[in-house]
Design a protein around this ligand. Sequence first.
Ligand SMILES: NC(=O)c1ccc[n+]([C@@H]2O[C@H](COP(=O)([O-])OP(=O)(O)OC[C@H]3O[C@@H](n4cnc5c(N)ncnc54)[C@H](O)[C@@H]3O)[C@@H](O)[C@H]2O)c1
Ligand SMILES: CCCCC=O
Length: 485
Amino acid sequence: MAYETQPTASHFINGTYVDDIAGTSLPVIYPATGKVIATLHEATPALVDQALAAAAAAQIEWAKMTGRERGRILTDAARLIRKRNHDLSVLETYDTGKPYQETSVADASSAADALEYFGGLAASLTGEHIQLGEDWVYTVREPLGVCVGIGAWNYPTQIACWKAAPALACGNAMVFKPSETTPLSALKVAEILVEAGLPAGVFNVVQGTGPVGAQLIGDPRVAKVSLTGSVPTGRKVYAAAASNMKHVTMELGGKSPLVIFDDADLDNAVGGAILANFYSTGQVCSNGTRVFVQKGIKDAFLARLAERLKTATIGDPQDPNTIIGPMVSARQREIVEGYIAKGIEEGARLVAGGKRIDGDGFFIEPTIFADVTDNMTIAKEEIFGPVMAVLDFEDEAEAIARANATEFGLSAGVFTRDISRAHRVIGQIKAGSCFINSYNDAPVEAPFGGSKMSGVGRENSKTAINHYSQLKSVYVRMGDVEAPF
Ligand SMILES: NC(=O)c1ccc[n+]([C@@H]2O[C@H](COP(=O)([O-])OP(=O)(O)OC[C@H]3O[C@@H](n4cnc5c(N)ncnc54)[C@H](O)[C@@H]3O)[C@@H](O)[C@H]2O)c1
Ligand SMILES: CCCCC=O
């Protein structure tokens, strides 16, 4: 990769880049060309052990610092990230294939938001005083210890910081394992944190596939595991963590509903459906991929959608004019193609896209199916690609029942001008992150996460602090102890 600010080795442990060529080779493929742009190595068991030992040692001193001191380092790192937004966005685009037009506004900047927000909170993380007559209890908010973060490939920089920022603010240390598909960006986050003053060992990055993640989770030094990934991986990670009673946060997949009523503003509804399906080439966990459109607006909705889709430039993701980039990998594109074939086979009406775009990169056309029914595979399973399923509905009660008929519960959206109906509908949908006349906003100030099979716990907001700290209660008796004998 002809890119001067790329990371210089595979892992970042104890404040510095390290490598061990004994680890299995991990080629990094640029999704837009299919070419190998870097070759990293998976962490060997010895390197994983080294990272955990560094984290365990560093955490003790890090937790002794005041919240204000810890917060200042995190906010300084946020400033550095913002200053280097261009370079980090170029790197994120190499890592993921997502268009620079997106990475330059949504990835490094979202990471900086998290560091800034939790850096700001760090000084105010306190316990409370509970008066009980003349006795009293005080609580102390303590860090958990060493936390493990495991990332998916769609938002590598953001995921690293959504996990690291609250963890570090609370006085924990972290070992982060990025997805093996997108290993580059988290290394730059580690480098910047150290440049901002983070003590060596507090944030470490090790590369690898599932077994590296499994070694991290199984280690007795680890107190908490936060995973962003698919439901099948979530089941394994949750089970492994549960056997040793570790804390968990699970940010998993979804098949979220977006309900568009007849009275919705047409262009806003179409815009919402675009944001809910084609951003990041459809590789967004919270995407509203089941688009329920009320019968009266359906034809106008599909026509306007088709018109707007024609204006989406597909191509070189480093070109600032490109709107839709490639899928992250050849494998992910094959999965998406499999779903498109299934949609056609099961009788959905293909109204746009559906084909791979010839060339070396992993490009595929943004795809829209209409006349989709609830029992079709494309309406039931997470595709994680640019495939929108449009389903018809008649009335509100039907839309709510069908929206909830899924094992997932990550997100949901509703478009209507009737604000009472908007709240009534969202109030009945079982999902963690919901939108009214909008879609896929994820400000750091608001909790983010899913219900049902989509996850456990929440990232972002003050709530995340509860997932990276625990309370110690101390009872103080002012009088004599009355014992039974
Ligand atoms: N809810 C959210 O916030 C959110 C955000 C982004 C992506 N996702 C979900 O992530 C999925 C796509 O990402 P993906 O394909 O990288 O997911 P994945 O489940 O295949 O992998 C996620 C991570 O888990 C690791 N892993 C795999 N097996 C493991 C094991 N046994 N032990 C420990 N770690 C293991 C992988 O190496 C990777 O780093 C989608 O389902 C998407 O919805 C969810
Ligand atoms: C909108 C941010 C979603 C993160 C998950 O993929």
